[in-house]
Write a protein that binds this ligand. Structure first.
Ligand SMILES: C[S@@+](CC[C@H](N)C(=O)[O-])C[C@H]1O[C@@H](n2cnc3c(N)ncnc32)[C@H](O)[C@@H]1O
Length: 225
């Protein structure tokens, strides 16, 4: 009996995961882990490793940066890639809010205006890679035509999530990833709605992460365009 149960007990020594961020943190001190959502962070790190080992080409982007707390890790993991940072840097736009409030997707009263470009850039280790796209997304694209290997969509509301999927998925390299925050977050039903509609139209597959925000991950298979 004990022997059988023993199969399921935690081994005395767990092989270390080969993670850029974890290694950097644990090489310093455990207290250096300042970002609270480790599942989100380590998923980013592992996606970065797959992208590098698969020689997946393209820039990286985040739409919905706020104070740059997740963006700084995107910048660190993808230290060799151009990094586009999209945000109004003034909080939600009324056009987006109206849709989500009218549809009953969103009923919080959140203020994301307490940020600015300099503050965000001061957190970036590889600042030269950063291209700030300040303004209303998708207008802030301004005709940008790029290829991407990794994108984080974290805008909370229906319109910018839908616009982000429509813009980035066709420009995602095969082998690349899109992380979309808040799919499984009941405070932001517009996110789930936009992704569900996009999935119906495009047939994309995704995997849900057990992180704090209920992120889902879309991957474009190799050989697809
Ligand atoms: C939840 S915060 C992002 C948090 C950040 N990704 C993090 O993990 O720390 C959402 C951000 O999306 C931005 N946002 C929402 N809709 C937008 C739009 N249409 N265009 C530009 N930025 C938008 C807001 O200004 C806000 O800063």
């Amino acid at each position: 009996m004990n022997k059988v149960l023993g199969l399921f007990t935690r081994p005395k020594s767990i092989p270390p995961l080969r993670l850029t961020i974890e290694t950097q943190f644990y090489d310093r001190k455990v207290t250096d882990i300042s970002y609270p959502d480790h599942v989100r962070l380590l998923a980013l790190d592992m996606a970065g490793k797959e992208i590098r080992s698969g020689n997946v080409e393209g820039s990286v982007a985040e739409v919905g940066v706020f104070q740059g707390d997740f963006a700084k890790y995107i910048n660190r993991v993808f230290s060799d890639r151009k990094f586009y940072l999209f945000d109004t840097f003034e909080g939600f736009d009324d056009r987006d809010l109206k849709k989500d409030e009218d549809e009953g997707y969103y009923s919080l009263d959140q203020d994301f205006s307490l940020t600015n470009v300099e503050h965000v850039l001061s957190k970036m280790e590889f600042r030269d890679n950063c291209v700030v796209k300040k303004g209303y997304f998708p207008e802030s694209l301004g005709g940008l035509d790029e290829t991407f290997c990794f994108v984080s969509l974290d805008t909370d509301l229906y319109n910018p999530i839908m616009e982000g999927l429509n813009y980035f998925y066709p420009r995602l390299s095969p082998g690349g990833y899109i992380f979309i925050h808040d799919y499984n977050n009941s405070h932001y039903d517009g996110v789930k709605q936009a992704i569900s509609e996009f999935r119906e139209e495009s047939g994309v597959a995704f995997f849900p992460l057990p992180d704090w925000g209920g992120t889902i991950v879309i991957m474009k298979p190799k050989g697809h365009r």
